[in-house]
Write a protein of this length. Structure first.
Length: 576
């Protein structure tokens, strides 16, 4: 129990006063991210803090925040929540602080409340949700609000929430989408240029910044098209960014988080009062990493002290790279993710829809490909089609083009089958086509694998694609490339970009693990999220609430120590 000896400052510590819970109940908000609203009491809060040696907790209001019912109502609710937290602080001034609630997107009301909580109540900072009514931090109308925060060198704590008008994906919201929304909103702040306009604002991103530590290189690569100086600007600004450890103390996640944020920019968060019985587990997890005593003291307490009290930026300190558990079987001499646009396919698209062919298209060039293989050390490549314009056509036009591609690529493959393999292109949203084309590609053309093109992030929870297709893929015995229909733009902002990750998450959650483990899937465009999210996404397999699954979880977790979903995500082949 030595890991409980550390004093802790908890920057991720929610309260839910009775009057607030009653307001949510009145408007029918009984669930958040698919989970029932939590309960809170001052007595339970004090007990939890004492038990886990939390000497100071910075309180905040969690999702869904305070904005509903119009501006006037939301201003009153924000004020009531802030006064409630102020009264608690008066009773325990050395042990409690707060991030004040503000009624954004009501900018006028939010500015007024910001002045009240920072200038009058002397709170530690402001608490914001990742979005309100779909408005993210880079929203152009928020400039006045950030200007006031910047004047005060304010600390802003960010917590994820659901985006409006999204399909309810049950616990997938909590296990997956929550993490994306935090990352999206801070990158929206950067894309807007607000990081340059308001350099004095410090941000604490909850839950480790979502997926930011993993997907940052991919984001920077794509953002360079918008802003060639983006990485230099971020490096200059990053001293204002902090990440908390709530729900990220896993062997894949925490090392990447610390490497990304810096050891002095990593803060302890418990996720009270939502994480319930997991507080002890995550404290223990943190203490099992190879972090020296002084750095661990910093994560638990001193980093938060410096961050909340300092007016000047706190210098980042990087430690020796902490090595996450990674899949060592992903590198090889075969490149599975290599695109090919035969000239005949492009010419067919020009005839069908000339307006779709205005952009530059790189046509297949065998010699150029062989030069690239030699340079990169690949003995073999597997060809696949990537043409986002195709998916905007009518069904009959799409199937005709896919047929043309499959016929063309087999010819390319046959010229040098030792060095070139080919995936047949399959539209899984068209079940009739998919079932016939799978047979045609494998039996008539004898292609080496299949590429399924997906857009499932915006489908209903129960939908992936037809079970007959899943079964046929399972029995095929060939590798199946999972490729999003649209990988243009910036990941997270283009939600289809990360569809391969969501495909696996959904399959685990919908109890289709048998199809996953028996099929040779190769995932593309994952942005580094498969390793990073392996532990939480792996748990989706056990979330079907029936007795068999609970017994299986206990057996896998305690006896074999090989959780099925986690093991699958550690072994699946990924090529970004």
């Amino acid at each position: 129990m030595g890991y409980f000896k550390y004093e802790k400052w908890d920057v991720h510590h929610h309260i839910s006063p009775k009057f607030y819970s009653e307001q949510l109940e009145r408007i029918g908000m009984t669930k958040v991210w698919g989970i029932n609203q939590t309960t809170w009491s001052e007595k339970a809060q004090r007990k939890m803090m004492k038990k886990h040696h939390i000497t100071r907790a910075i309180m905040s209001i969690s999702t869904p925040g305070v904005y509903f019912g119009g501006d006037t109502y939301s201003r009153k609710l924000a004020r009531r929540c802030n006064d409630f937290m102020a009264d608690l602080i008066k009773k325990h001034p050395d042990q409690l602080g707060a991030f004040g609630a503000v009624p954004l997107p009501d900018v006028e009301g939010a500015v007024e409340e910001l002045k009240y909580v920072l200038d009058v109540l002397k709170f530690d900072g402001i608490g914001l949700l990742s979005n309100v009514n779909g408005n993210y931090l880079g929203h152009q109308q928020y400039e006045q609000f950030f200007e006031e925060a910047n004047k005060r060198c304010a600390t802003i704590y960010i917590h994820p929430t659901a985006a409006p008008n999204k399909i309810d994906h049950g616990l997938l919201n909590y296990m997956y989408y929550m993490k994306l929304d935090t990352t999206r909103t801070i990158m929206d702040f950067v894309r807007s240029g607000y990081h340059k306009l308001f350099p004095n604002i410090k941000f604490i991103l909850s839950h480790g910044g979502g997926v930011l530590p993993a997907i940052y290189p991919t984001l920077m690569e794509r953002l360079r098209d918008e802003n060639p100086h983006i990485e230099a600007e971020y490096d200059h600004w990053k001293s204002q960014l902090y990440l908390d450890t709530s729900l990220v103390a896993y062997h894949e996640m925490l090392p990447k988080m610390i490497d990304f944020a810096g050891i002095r920019h990593t803060l302890y968060g418990s996720d009270y009062c939502w994480a319930k019985s997991n507080y002890a587990y995550f404290i223990k997890q943190l203490s099992t990493f190879n972090i020296n005593h002084s750095y661990l003291e910093g994560i638990f307490k001193h980093n938060a002290e410096r961050a909340l009290k300092a007016k000047a930026p706190v210098k980042q300190v990087l430690v020796d790279k902490m090595q996450p558990i990674t899949n060592h079987n992903r590198k090889g001499k075969i490149k599975y993710h290599y695109h090919c646009t035969p000239k005949a396919v492009y010419e067919q698209l020009k005839r069908i829809k000339p307006s779709y062919c205005n952009g530059e298209v790189k046509l297949w060039d065998m010699q150029e490909t062989f030069n690239w293989m030699c340079k990169c050390g690949y003995d073999k490549i597997m060809l696949s089609l990537d043409m986002p314009q195709l998916w905007q056509l009518k069904d009959s036009e799409k199937t005709a083009m896919l047929k043309t591609y499959n016929n063309e690529v087999v010819g390319i493959r046959n010229k040098n089958p030792k060095k070139i393999g080919a995936f047949g292109a399959i539209d899984v949203e068209n079940t009739e086509h998919a079932l016939k084309e799978i047979d045609y590609c494998l039996h008539d053309l004898e292609l080496d694998g299949l590429c399924i093109y997906t857009r499932i992030y915006d489908q209903e929870l129960e939908e992936v694609f037809d079970v007959n297709i899943l079964d046929k893929l399972r029995k095929s015995g060939v590798p199946i490339l999972v490729h999003p229909k649209d990988t243009t733009g910036i990941p997270i902002f283009n939600e289809n970009y990360l569809d391969a990750v969501f495909f696996v998450a959904k399959m685990l959650y919908l109890d289709k693990y048998e199809y996953l483990k028996d099929t040779r899937y190769v995932l593309t465009h994952t942005g580094g999220l498969v390793d990073f999210l392996a532990k939480p996404l792996g748990m989706l397999y056990y979330l079907q609430l029936h007795k068999r699954k609970m017994v299986q979880f206990i057996w896998d977790w305690l006896i074999t120590k090989k959780e099925k979903g986690y093991a699958y995500l550690q072994s699946v082949h990924v090529e970004d």
